[in-house]
Design a protein around this ligand. Structure first.
Ligand SMILES: *Cc1c(COP(=O)(O)O)cnc(C)c1O
Length: 430
């Protein structure tokens, strides 16, 4: 396998792009080497510019839940393309997609479409503040909610608990209303609530994907729902990653909870830039033009993106691949743990439907502190061996792997032999 064309494009890209990428997760910073450049994709497979073909477990970080270029989605997009690309006015497609989304999430009477998960979250937070008249937000260490200023705290370091910005260029004032709690630790939330009377909302990934896959304990998530209700604090479920992924109704359906505000993205656009936030009528009525909370977007509800999202969700509903996802994920867990045992490599596998994270660690991973104990050097070795054996994984220990409904049993055999070779290499090098 060679990467000559990718290497060439990378060097070229460095001239006019920042690090040759448009999102830092695409740089191979934590695994070493240079990023691969992709030419095209179909079904469960993706091809780079050198013609190397990989089983794709990145799936654009989640959106391509049906696999790439599903026939029906492609057809619907082509149809929409012939009618025009953007009108700056309402279309029927927006109403149809809104109905599908509101039906899937019982806590949503109304939805507003935006262009990314980041936008969904920043709007949801503004909405929570508008509705409650309070300013403070509780966020959990290790949860990622996009790149708005107030959420760029504790998307990482130990400084996190001090509410120091996690990025240069974020003023201290921008994060002074962000309080950091520990995932799966209800007491850390209670402490904040005791000390601060002005908390508008608690935001979380109801199942995390951005520090690897971590599920909330029932006691934690049910306790959080109860506590926020009692204290008139809104619960914001950021389901940008989990929405439609492991159940049609997202993590909320799986966990049996109902958020006050839900954020969506990724799958909802079927590969196009779509985000959304929604809530009960009484909350959404704060949003302009019904209310005084301003939020707008030139390309929001874009007709091509709506066509892609709608056909993706309709096809998902029809296929109902969620049981299949569970089975394949279970198989993947077995493959990983068996190979880990065989080669003497410690692994912990967390999974939630079609999201899977193998951690190079011995102990259970239940929060960000646990996740940080992983051996990222072992992951880097594993990552490159998997590439060489035709499996495309996210280039970070802390990103979830994703499954698509186009996967078959023979793909699993390919995966199994790649894992065997790659974990053998990890055992040999570390
Ligand atoms: C990806 C992600 C976001 C940000 O979405 P973008 O479309 O990248 O802006 C926000 N929250 C969660 C949970 C995500 O996984």
């Amino acid at each position: 396998m060679n990467f000559k064309q990718s290497e060439k494009l990378y060097q070229k890209g460095l001239e006019n792009l920042v690090g040759a990428v448009n999102s830092p997760v695409r740089a191979f910073a934590s695994v070493g080497g240079n990023p691969l450049f992709i030419n095209k994709a179909k079904g469960a497979y993706i091809k780079d510019v050198d013609g190397n073909r990989y089983l794709d477990m990145v799936l654009s970080y989640g959106p391509m839940v049906l696999g790439h270029r599903h026939k029906k989605v492609e057809k619907n997009i082509s149809k929409a393309l012939k009618k025009g690309y953007s009108f700056g006015a309402s279309t029927h497609a927006e109403i149809k997609l809104a109905k599908i989304v509101c039906d899937a999430f019982p806590g949503m009477d109304k939805v507003r479409f935006v262009n990314s998960g980041t936008e969904a979250v920043l709007s949801a937070i503004r909405l929570a503040r508008a509705h409650t008249g309070k300013d403070k937000i509780i966020k959990f260490s290790g949860c990622y909610h996009g790149h708005m200023d107030a959420m760029l705290v504790a998307a990482g370091s130990g400084l996190a608990t001090l509410s120091l910005p996690g990025s240069q260029g974020v003023p201290a004032q921008a994060v002074e209303n962000t309080l950091i709690a520990e995932y799966n630790d209800l007491a850390s939330v209670e402490n904040h609530i005791e000390q601060h009377p002005d908390i508008a909302a608690v935001i979380l990934e109801p199942v995390t994907g951005n520090m690897g896959v971590i599920e909330p304990s029932q006691a934690f998530i049910q306790g959080l729902r109860k506590l926020t209700k009692e204290k008139d604090i809104l619960l914001i479920c950021d389901e940008v990653m989990t929405g439609f992924r492991s159940k049609f109704g997202g993590a909320q359906e799986m966990l049996g909870i109902e958020a006050d505000i839900t954020c969506l993205g990724k799958v909802i656009g079927g590969g196009f830039p779509v985000g959304a936030y929604g809530a009960r009528n009484e909350i959404m009525e704060n949003v302009a033009p019904l209310g005084g909370m301003y939020q707008a977007g030139t390309l929001s509800g874009n007709p091509i993106a709506m066509a892609a999202g709608m056909s993706t969700l309709l096809e998902l509903k029809k296929q109902n691949p969620y049981k299949k996802f569970d089975k394949i994920a279970e198989k993947i867990e077995t493959i990983l743990l068996d190979a880990g045992n065989k080669h003497g490599v410690d692994l912990t596998v967390n999974r939630f439907g079609s999201m899977i994270s193998p951690f190079f660690a011995k102990e259970n991973i239940t929060n960000f502190t646990d996740a940080q104990k992983c051996d990222t050097k072992k992951f880097a070795t594993f990552f490159w061996k998997m590439i060489e054996n035709g499996v495309f994984l996210p280039p970070s220990q802390f990103e979830s792997w994703f499954l698509c409904s186009a996967l078959t049993h023979s793909d699993m055999r390919k995966f199994e032999s790649a894992v065997d070779v790659s974990l053998a290499a990890v055992a040999e090098h570390h």
